[in-house]
Design a protein around this ligand. Structure first.
Ligand code: FES
Length: 580
């Protein structure tokens, strides 16, 4: 498919601010000239906002100011006028209670930043987990031409001859300490080896997954997702992206042209093939909601069932993003999906052409990193969507990161009322639990935590770990880090805090998990379940003021993307004239 460009030249929205001789025009233009811009820059050329999520407190994006200079170079070369704009940066590793609580706030701020200012096109400079979806959601709600460039992953971590995957190694090592297999001193030494360079997590965690989603959706240039942050080709990608956005503005190529239902279906299939993060489920659903695309949790199950996980990266496999790049990166995966009839080949990308045209010549340079189908990590690698009386609105599980023997399991529930209850009791050897039990945690969903923290991969009890057991079935309404693994049922909806069935599970109840049949069942009678639900009352009325109140009152369930109810859809980019 080839995009039909709009007629050019036409008056751009930035000219409402800069393009005349009125008092208002002089006010807007004159003030900007204090930065030393010559008058001819205001002649109607595209003004490109480089929306930068750089922050010293978002270390994964700590190099984005340097990258912004390359984006600017590309914009200048193509005849645009670049202006760098700082935007809300929701850092995964600093924000409490969880960065997820601020994804919608960031998206709202980005949307208003774009609409309220003289921006004709935007380069979304992102990286860390929430920065990518939040900026894409904001851009989708304005429908101003936009393109993503990510900061790229860190180089491989190495510790005593072994790869150290961001996050994944942290989970592994902390379990090894509890099992008595690793000393605290070695853990501290390993810390130095985890983050060797600028960039995002080097596993197929949420950041790498969302970079892959942006590319699969067609919102980034082909090959963007995997280039390491410090590789010179990352800077080339930034410069090319700068050049491209200027042409996109001229062609009026908008997010709504690119992020179609077909594009979202491509992204879901890619997530299965790369063994991507379960967090992509909430982000992709939220993005689709901004685009007005009818996408549901069931689309994830329907589209992912036949997709084998062929990317051998942690946490599902063994390698890291650096090796994925050297093997050929996402274009190889897209080509494989296309050959298997699992790709909408005509889906438009920011290039102005169909996605197949960009990937059809991709080559796989390492078949141990991007595997043949007969060696796939999981034959059915897509996110499994479970339903049943314990999750009427759905729950998710990542098969490629789970233990095959636990995919059908019936066990006795050991219930933790919330994260504090879990922390208080999990290390107590008197806790009545063994490896056949199912760990259940409540009140960690969007309203419950609040913010839906990544605590769903509850660490196992030490007395179980000491037996050499590394996995147990765990169920909650929380999320899980994209770097984590295990037979972990997440996003159970409705969440406990709003009175979903999860709220009334009791220690000692039997639970059946049946992933092949997509079933999650609390083994009590319908009458007993109804009685328990009727007796349930919320623990709190919620916050009384501030952003937490806005969040609590308006956040939707994980099954629809946990966006705010009033932010769904595209509101366009018209803005009232100012009053100076
Ligand atoms: Fe920022 Fe992983 S914590 S990318």
């Amino acid at each position: 498919m080839t995009f039909q460009p709009a007629e050019w030249p036409r008056k751009l929205r930035s000219q409402e601010w800069y393009g005349g001789t009125s008092r208002d025009n002089i006010y807007h233009r004159g003030w900007l000239k204090n930065q030393g811009y010559p008058h001819d820059l205001f002649d109607g050329r595209p003004v490109i906002g480089i929306l930068n999520t750089w922050s010293d407190l978002t270390p994964c994006n700590g190099h984005l100011r340097e990258l912004a200079e390359k984006v600017k170079a590309g914009i200048w070369e193509a005849g645009g006028f670049p202006l760098e704009v700082p935007v809300f940066s929701a850092s995964e590793n600093t924000f409490r209670p969880t960065a997820m609580m601020y994804r919608n706030l960031a998206a709202m701020a980005v949307e208003e930043t774009m609409r309220a200012q003289p921006i004709d096109g935007a380069v979304l400079l992102v990286g860390c987990d929430k920065t990518t979806p939040s900026l894409m959601m904001g851009a989708a709600s304005t429908d101003i031409p936009s393109i993503v460039v990510t900061g790229g992953p860190m180089l491989n971590g190495w510790f005593r001859g072994e790869r150290v995957g961001s996050g994944t190694a942290l989970w592994q090592m902390s379990e090894d300490i509890k099992a008595g297999k690793m000393s605290q001193e070695d853990f501290l030494e390993a810390e130095q080896a985890m983050s060797r360079s600028s960039g995002t997590c080097n596993t197929m965690g949420t950041a790498s997954t969302m970079a892959s989603m942006a590319e699969a959706l067609g919102m980034a240039l082909s090959g963007n997702a995997a280039i390491p942050a410090v590789d010179a080709r990352r800077r080339v990608m930034a410069q090319l992206t700068g050049r491209r956005i200027v042409q996109m503005v001229k062609d009026d190529l908008k997010p709504s042209d690119v992020m179609t239902k077909e594009a979202f279906e491509n992204a879901i299939r890619v997530n299965g093939a790369i063994g991507g993060s379960t967090n992509a489920v909430v982000h992709i659903l939220a993005m689709a909601g901004r685009c007005g695309v009818d996408l549901t949790l069931d689309d994830w199950d329907r589209l992912g069932r036949d997709v084998p996980t062929i990317v051998n990266l942690m946490p599902s496999g063994k390698y890291l993003m650096e090796e994925f790049f050297y093997a050929g990166g996402l274009p190889v995966v897209l080509k494989r999906l296309g050959e298997a009839g699992m790709l909408h080949r005509d889906a438009l990308t920011v290039s102005g052409g169909g996605i197949w045209d960009e990937v059809k010549d991709a080559q796989n340079w390492n078949e141990d990193v991007i595997l043949p189908v007969d060696k796939a990590l999981a034959a059915s690698g897509g996110i499994a969507v479970l339903r049943g009386n314990l999750a009427p609105n759905g729950a998710v599980l990542k098969p490629s990161a789970a233990t095959p023997a636990l995919m059908q399991h019936r066990g006795r529930a050991v219930v933790f009322e919330d994260i504090d209850d879990y922390k208080a009791r999990i290390n107590d050897d008197a806790l009545d639990i063994d490896e056949t039990c199912i760990m259940v945690m409540k009140n960690c969903g969007p309203k419950g935590y609040p913010g839906m923290s990544e605590v769903g991969n509850m660490g196992l009890p030490p007395k179980v770990l000491k037996k050499g057991i590394t996995d147990m079935v765990r169920i909650s309404d929380a999320r899980m880090s994209g770097t984590a693994y295990g037979t972990v049922v997440l996003h159970t909806a409705p969440e406990a805090a709003v009175g979903g069935p999860l709220a009334v599970v009791r220690t000692g109840d039997m639970i059946e998990l049946d992933v092949p049949n997509r079933r999650l069942h609390l083994d009590i009678s319908d009458a007993e379940l109804a009685d328990r639900l009727a007796a349930w009352t919320p623990a709190t009325d919620g916050p009384e003021s501030g952003y937490t109140k806005l969040f609590h009152d308006h956040v939707e369930g994980a099954d629809t993307g946990a966006d705010f109810d009033f932010l769904k859809g595209c509101r366009g980019n018209e803005v009232p004239r100012d009053s100076h």
